[in-house]
Design a protein around this ligand. Sequence first.
Ligand code: SAM
Length: 365
Amino acid sequence: MLQKLTSVRFSYGQHEPSAVFDLRRLLGQLISTVAYCNLDATLLVGSNNQPNSTTNRPAILPASHWRSIPVDDNNDADSHLSESGSNASSTTSLRESLLEYRKLFGRTYHHELGQAESWLPNDEKHAASMELAHYAAILMTDSKLFLAPLDTNKSLKVLDLGTGTGHWAIDFADQYPSADDWSWPDNTFDFIYVRFLTGCILDWGHFYREAFRCLKPGGWLEHFEIGISWQSENPGGITPESPIGQMVQLFTEAGEKTGRTFRIVDDGLQTKYMKETGFVELGERDIHVPHGAWMEDATMKQVGIILGEALLEDLEGYTMYVFTAINGWAEEGARALTAHIRSHFKRPGLQAWVPRKVVWAKKPE
Ligand SMILES: C[S@@+](CC[C@H](N)C(=O)[O-])C[C@H]1O[C@@H](n2cnc3c(N)ncnc32)[C@H](O)[C@@H]1O
């Protein structure tokens, strides 16, 4: 039972990094408590059914007692727990309010609850774009799901933080079926994988320290992240005043306003914070990710086609929240700039690229 529950994949989505860990620890504790309660009850039933002479606790009836008497089905009719009971409407409204995502211009974003600031939509349209982004990410890392030198012959406990559509976790579980995921005490995981959480995390130092805590000694952390500083191979192709240049500024400002930087790659923060946290044996890969099919290399050409498609397919999904909810723009202006950005990306000969970086590192043995 315990094993079953802890191996459930939680889709928590919108929580603070600390809340993610705390929530998981809390859930872990609750689950353990249930398991221990069952264990206690079994021991009591098995050992002694008489009242406890020191505490005067009533006797615990054996399971056979409950098996021998019929269950009173009439209780369902006016139960306060049933859908037709008096609490039905408040249960329904509670459920509805929990599913009440923030809505902006016909798109849905994370819930108002808590302090989350996830700037991307969580609707079907954006999921399609993220799926393309997932396949492009795999292509640009040698068709591998990770670069850290993990020993995949062992049974592994793996955590995919900020899982999104869950494509990475599903692919990983398919490729390494012995891996067990989603449990959260200290020193638990062999591998923690983090991808594309730019603009979502308040304190990356704290985030890496938590990752360090949850890794087993000798375990690996890998963080694959997206930069924001779009460049053009064509001199003058992306100036600070151009639509893409303005987008870069607005994302940079948005990160400053929310305290959740979009510049983790651009400012070299992965390496800096991992070293500060105490990780060792750091490995890095810088990737120049093209928009469109202009790179010579066949794989990167494919990446450029897929990502060009993913970005333009849902450009509003990437820009609108940041421009309006964070930077305070009105819808009309935000849509207008987005239309210009789209057209800028399509400019012939632009040869645009953006930096991405994978950094992997080990918790000392
Ligand atoms: C761009 S998606 C990336 C999804 C996935 N990692 C991938 O690579 O496809 C960002 C995800 O991070 C989650 N997220 C946002 N803020 C978070 C936070 N503070 N802690 C953990 N996850 C967060 C979002 O709910 C969303 O699922």
